[in-house]
Design a protein around this ligand. Structure first.
Ligand code: FE2
Length: 670
């Protein structure tokens, strides 16, 4: 009996792949028996397993092996080339009776141990019929439990993966060779690309905005030019609460907070009293109380200032959102005045302090915690608890790509003691962990589900709110896809309740990500198919769309530093009429802080060569027709959304493209 074995080696993933010479052995295991361990030989010889190679071989056995369900693969170093890594993508086996079996691998093989890979058909634990498969299922999970261990980075925040350096990450989750090189080159070259080298160590303040303009070469991103032209405008200031990189703070205001003593005689709302306008739903509030009382950072030897502002906004009859009052500290006091648009330079200074507060709240709470750290929790739990053959693994593994490595790099290079964030941001240093811990206290399940979050913030009917419009459509598209896939594999609630691997996945997320805080609303077990569908939708949305919404516009909105100062060096005005341009320039960050911030934003906003957009699954983990059809439908819906977004954006000065599905990845990878 001849079995035709076709081996696909992954393309362009590792430089050493191109020179791999290796002996590969395979054993086929089926319901009626198993073949001998057979060396794969074909006329192409040593090139059979080169990067991108597709090579076919014959494995013969004296009788039929029945239905194939597993292969064992090993590779032995040849004396000529002992150091290499072979990165097979998948193996296909065509049996003598014409049946083709697919075995996904997608893993770099670096030693000569025998590895087992299951046939692609998705199977839950309870559906296993072969004792040998159960044995390998348990072995795979035990192996992964060793590879992926939880670690406490700091008390009171989600746990992360224990890893010493990027080289010790399991090969299956490392950056590809191209991503690794490109990332390192961009990191090293961003100051040069932005023509900012020479300024990175200059601790002087900016002499004037023209000097900043002179170094602000943004040949790559025209949107940042728009920001430069409009950053002082009230309308643009308000627009960013809805459609900037942090659309997560603003909410409808129906009762003015007691610590924000704004009265009618202070405002000029020609449409009626503040109470009337609140009742009509036309008043909004952005409250940065999360930042109150933090011990702000010291940069270039100087204490920095981080406010906890309250911003009142009004929707005009022309459907424009406009800021009407700003108080920079939480406690009302004579030296904490409420600023108004006619306060001229004081008003501009107040807006700058708000933008700086927003930068810090955005980076740590809404970007790092609620996308990066959560995505890591979802990923580590998946890899620890759910084997490759499980339908949940097949559905979610593309949404974990590169997350573990980028988060390791963020901990090492951004938020560590000597990391960039601690060098440039007011919420760096002693404030960083306390801010993350506080942010955890408002982290609820519903705040991660965009429709509930928008409803909870009272923003369903706000006009020109593209984050909401595109985000809700995306949520629904992802939901329909997940609903189809999950419903295909789970016929009823009992099947969900009895799936021990699935239940272990959510319990690990509950315990290690949400620190067993039941009040977050995060489930610790799934009782119904519907609960599972919603949670998986949230996971995919968070790892893809939500991350893009808070990540991909960073350079556009924040590269022109005065629009988003990472830190401020003087306290805000305590009385009116005391500020001018000189005060502003002394308050804005130093030159080195500015340019290092710009370079980091450039690195984090870049599109990378091996970008995989939402809904593209080149690894083809599913065999079954239903999920494969659902993937095609998912892609079709995403395409239509992209067309609609592009059409709308055509006539906009500041197009909202961060939730255009062609513009962002499946996973948190940057
Ligand atoms: Fe990010």
């Amino acid at each position: 009996m001849d079995y035709k074995v076709t081996v696909h080696t992954t393309s362009v993933t590792n430089a050493t792949n191109a020179i791999t010479f290796t002996d590969v052995f395979i054993k086929l295991v089926g319901t009626e028996g198993e073949s001998d361990r057979t060396r794969l030989l074909n006329p192409r010889g040593t090139t059979s397993f080169h990067s991108g190679a597709v090579s076919s071989f014959t494995v013969s056995y004296h009788t039929s092996l029945g239905k194939l369900f597993l292969i064992e693969v090993d590779q032995q170093d040849t004396p000529d080339n002992p150091e290499h890594a072979w990165f097979p993508a998948r193996v296909e086996v065509k049996s003598p009776d014409g049946e083709t079996y697919h075995f996904p691998i997608h893993r770099r093989i670096i030693d000569s141990e025998v590895q087992c890979f299951r046939e692609r058909t998705a199977l839950k634990f309870s559906e296993e019929t072969q004792s040998v498969c159960l044995f390998h299922r348990v072995k795979e999970k035990n192996h992964r439990m060793d590879d992926y261990r939880w670690e406490v980075y700091a008390d009171g925040i989600p746990q992360c993966m224990k890893v010493l350096d990027t080289g010790s990450l399991p090969s299956e989750v490392q950056f590809s060779w191209t991503r690794d090189i490109e990332f390192k080159l961009t990191a090293a070259a961003s100051l040069i690309e932005l023509k900012l080298e020479g300024l990175a160590n200059c601790k002087k303040t900016w002499k004037n905005l023209d000097a900043l303009d002179n170094v602000f070469c943004s040949p790559f991103v025209f949107l940042s030019d728009y920001v430069q032209q409009n950053w002082k405008e009230d309308e643009f200031f308000a627009y960013q609460f809805l459609n900037g990189v942090n659309p997560m703070v603003i909410r409808r205001c129906t009762v003015l907070p007691e610590n924000f003593p704004v009265t009618d005689d202070m405002l000029s709302l020609c449409e009626g009293s503040l109470a009337d306008e609140m009742q009509r739903g036309n008043i909004f509030l952005s409250d940065y109380k999360n930042l109150d009382g933090l011990d702000s950072n010291v940069i270039n030897g100087k204490k920095q200032y981080l406010m906890a502002p309250l911003v009142l906004l009004h929707k005009t009859p022309e459907d424009k959102l406009m800021p009407v009052a700003i108080q920079l500290k939480q406690t009302p006091a004579d030296d904490n005045p409420v600023f108004f648009p006619d306060d001229e330079y004081d008003w501009l200074m107040a807006k700058i302090f708000v933008r700086s507060a927003d930068y810090n709240e955005h980076q740590l709470n809404f970007h790092l915690l609620r996308t990066h750290l959560l995505a890591e929790v979802f990923s580590v739990s998946l890899l620890r608890n759910v084997p490759m053959v499980h339908p949940l693994y097949k559905l979610l593994i593309p949404h974990t790509r590169y997350t573990l490595q980028i988060n390791f790099l963020a901990r090492k290079n951004l938020i560590s003691k000597d990391g960039v964030f601690n060098q440039i941001a007011a919420a760096g240093g002693n404030a960083l962990i306390p801010l993350l811990q506080r942010s955890m206290s408002s982290l609820t399940y519903s705040s991660l589900c965009i429709k509930e979050d928008i409803a909870e913030r009272g923003l369903e009917s706000v006009p020109n709110f593209y984050y909401r419009d595109d985000g809700v459509r995306l949520w629904d598209i992802i939901y329909r896809f997940v609903h189809g896939v999950i419903s295909h594999f789970y016929n009823n609630d009992a099947e969900v309740q009895e799936d021990c691997e699935l239940q272990r996945w959510i319990l690990d997320i509950f315990e290690h990500g949400f620190l067993s805080q039941a009040e977050t609303g995060i489930p610790y077990r799934f009782l119904t198919v519907a609960e599972l569908i919603k949670f998986v939708t949230m996971v995919i949305f968070t790892c893809s769309a939500q991350h893009s919404a808070v990540n991909n516009g960073q350079y556009d909105y924040s590269a022109w530093m005065p629009n988003a100062p990472s830190s401020l060096q003087l306290p805000p005005p305590t009385t009116k009429g005391t500020t001018n341009e000189a005060t502003m320039l002394k308050t804005l960050p130093d030159i080195n802080t500015t340019v290092n911030g710009m370079a980091t934003l450039w690195l984090l906003s870049k599109h990378y060569y091996d970008f995989v957009q939402l809904g593209r699954y080149p690894e083809e983990h599913f065999s079954e027709e239903t999920p494969r059809r659902l993937i095609r439908e998912f892609q079709g819906e995403l395409e239509q959304l992209s067309k609609d977004v592009r059409k709308r954006n055509k006539n906009m000065g500041m197009p909202y493209k961060y939730l255009d599905p062609t513009e962002f990845e499946n996973s948190v990878g940057i």
